[in-house]
Design a protein. Structure first.
Length: 163
């Protein structure tokens, strides 16, 4: 892997799943000594243009228990330029996958892949939205995202992931 790789995590409002995935992948990138070679960001498909909201307090609290700091992040919407700037756009579920594929220019659709497609035996699975659920839902999201981010980092190292 020689060039900088840019990865965008995407969920609905960019306040639960995608900021969690952003921070977990950043943590893994840093731990692997690849800071500056893999850049990670997150966005939402339904976030208003002037959003800039912090992540959901429950996401912040559950992530903090595992050593991840989401507190400084702010939500933002997916914008047209994201399809040019990012090498990989990673939605959390099929609804966002379809939305992004419909919005993307034709040359960008191959770079849109579900997060769970990077997890062992996770192809086709989704990261469920914990927003309307309870504490176990946020913990389940963390479990899934950690697993998938390990696989995503391996993919970024692989010949098909390297640019």
């Amino acid at each position: 892997m020689s060039a900088v790789q840019r990865v965008l995590m995407v969920c609905t409002a960019n306040i639960c799943r995608s900021p969690t995935a952003e921070v977990i992948l950043r943590h893994r990138v840093h731990r692997a000594g690849l800071h500056g070679r893999i850049v990670v960001d997150s966005a939402g498909t339904r976030t208003s243009r002037d959003a800039a909201h912090p992540p959901d307090p429950r996401s912040i609290a559950h992530a903090a228990r595992r050593g991840y700091d989401l507190a400084g992040l702010r939500s933002r919407p997916v914008v047209e330029d994201d399809f040019r700037r990012f090498d990989l756009i990673v939605p959390m579920d099929r609804t966002h996958l379809e939305h992004l594929q419909a919005q993307a220019p034709a040359d960008a659709t191959a770079r849109i892949r579900l997060l769970m497609s990077f997890a062992p035996s996770g192809s086709g699975l989704i990261v469920p939205d914990p927003y309307y659920g309870s504490a176990p839902g946020f913990e389940h999201v963390l479990d899934l995202v950690e697993l998938a981010c390990d696989g995503l980092l391996e993919y970024l190292y692989s010949p098909q992931g390297a640019r």
